[in-house]
Design a protein around this ligand. Structure first.
Ligand SMILES: [Zn+2]
Ligand SMILES: [Zn+2]
Length: 428
């Protein structure tokens, strides 16, 4: 059996992993590069070559750095993603396509091109879905998806069985989100010892980041909402598909009688979460939500109750319109700080534009990482106790292996090579 990391051993995102036996091969994730990535993007020809003879392409979750190239997969190769993740992807692509149509009507050709999702929507029509713990078989390779906590809804780690060997591919995961507490039980109960562990290592190079549990995020937003017993008017700049973060903001509003406010697209995403995850936990029932402009007394009501209005980097114009009515509004910044304070390559122009509207006194960074801490990474290595190899992917060249709290025997199995973004490994 061969494991080929086509990309991602020395960069965060843009991950592509292949598992190959004599007769079968599967691809796990086919991500596009994140902004400022050290490598160039794959050409259409390279994507075709990687996927051409694959039995299937499977996605751990819907973030672009894992799924971004899905519309370029060779014809006839089946693709799979979680059922809930598929619904969110479809909703997002339809909304972008709608924005594209409107931009075209306005004659805004430059803006339109970025939004055209025709190719993605076509590929999505053929996407297959799976549910947690349903084993999928591709010739001699089987894949079992297990739920994990991440900053995306319906994220999975995959247990891959091939030629009597077990591989765990963790995808992106963490322990400090609402679903995270299941991880330490899941591994001994359903996965056990593996031969190879392919593990995300984002935090190996970001160890200085302040990591908090989502519950603490909820409390911070709650405190802000009732500061000095005034009702606060808050914008929240965050991902439109991060179910945990949206649940934290919503719960804080609910506990303090404020409203969570959003646009129609965001409401559709919240409805998917309510329908699919709300039946398992009240935390994911988004029932204290108002859609912008829903009724004419809307602003009067939310002025009194206080609100958190969800905005995205592309919604600067909408935010400015609302700010006209709420000049006292403040900003909760709930994304990775690199987008507004990182290197030139990491900066997101639209995020910078939004942040620049708020003086320091009205700017509150309330965020926690979507990725596993060093302690969690170490625990997963201990629990899976890999027999042959540990391959960190989704990590920067600055990764510091010495931070892992693992035995010397386990440390010897970690393959960490900063000279190549691609790695091929034969497992006997
Ligand atoms: Zn990622
Ligand atoms: Zn991710």
């Amino acid at each position: 059996m061969n494991i080929i990391i086509h990309r991602g051993t020395t960069q965060i995102g843009g991950c592509v992993t292949e598992i190959r036996s004599n007769n079968d091969r599967i691809i796990i994730d086919l991500g596009s590069n994140l902004q400022g990535a050290p490598s160039r993007e794959f050409s259409d020809k390279e994507i075709f070559n990687i996927t051409e003879h694959a039995n299937a392409v499977l996605y751990t979750h819907y973030h672009g750095d894992h799924v971004g190239l899905f519309s370029k997969v060779a014809d006839g190769v089946p693709q799979y993603i979680g059922e809930g993740a598929f619904m969110v992807m479809k909703c997002k692509n339809e909304a972008l396509q709608h924005a594209y149509d409107s931009a075209l009507k306005r004659g805004d050709r430059d803006i339109a091109e970025e939004l055209n999702k025709e190719q993605e929507l076509k590929a999505l029509k053929e996407m297959n879905t799976f549910n947690a713990e349903d084993t999928l078989t591709f010739g001699g390779i089987s894949v079992t998806p297990f739920f994990c906590s991440h900053s995306a809804f319906d994220s999975y780690m995959f247990l891959i069985e091939c030629e009597n060997k077990k591989i765990l591919h963790t995808g992106d995961f963490r322990e400090h989100g609402y679903l995270g507490k299941g991880l330490r039980k899941l591994i001994p109960a359903k996965i056990g010892q593996v031969d190879v562990l392919i593990i995300e290592g984002t935090m190996l190079g970001r160890n200085t980041e302040n990591v908090r549990h989502e519950v603490q995020i909820k409390s911070c937003v709650g405190h802000l909402l009732i500061q000095k017993s005034e009702r606060k008017h808050l914008f929240a700049l965050c991902s439109s598909t991060d179910i945990d973060r949206l649940a934290s903001l919503h719960k804080a509003c609910k506990e303090h009688g404020a409203w969570l406010v959003c646009d129609i697209y965001q409401k559709q995403v919240l409805d998917i979460f309510s329908e699919r995850a709300g039946k398992y936990s009240d935390l994911f029932s988004f029932d204290r939500v108002k859609v912008l402009g829903e009724d004419k007394h809307f602003f009067d009501e939310i002025r009194i109750t206080g609100f958190v209005m969800l905005i995205r980097p592309s919604r600067h114009a909408l935010m400015m319109k609302v700010m006209h009515y709420f000049p006292d509004a403040e900003l909760i910044y709930s994304m990775w700080h690199g987008y507004y304070a990182g290197t030139k390559e990491q900066l997101n122009e639209k995020v910078v534009e939004i942040v620049s509207e708020f003086p320091k006194t009205k700017f509150h960074e309330i965020h926690t990482s979507g990725h596993a801490t060093i302690a969690t990474l170490s625990e997963v290595i201990r629990l899976t106790n890999p027999r042959k190899a540990i391959i960190p992917i989704h990590r920067s060249k600055e990764s510091d292996l010495s931070l892992l709290q693992i035995s010397d025997k386990q440390r010897e199995k970690v393959l960490l090579d900063n000279n190549s973004n691609r790695r091929e490994l034969s497992i006997e």
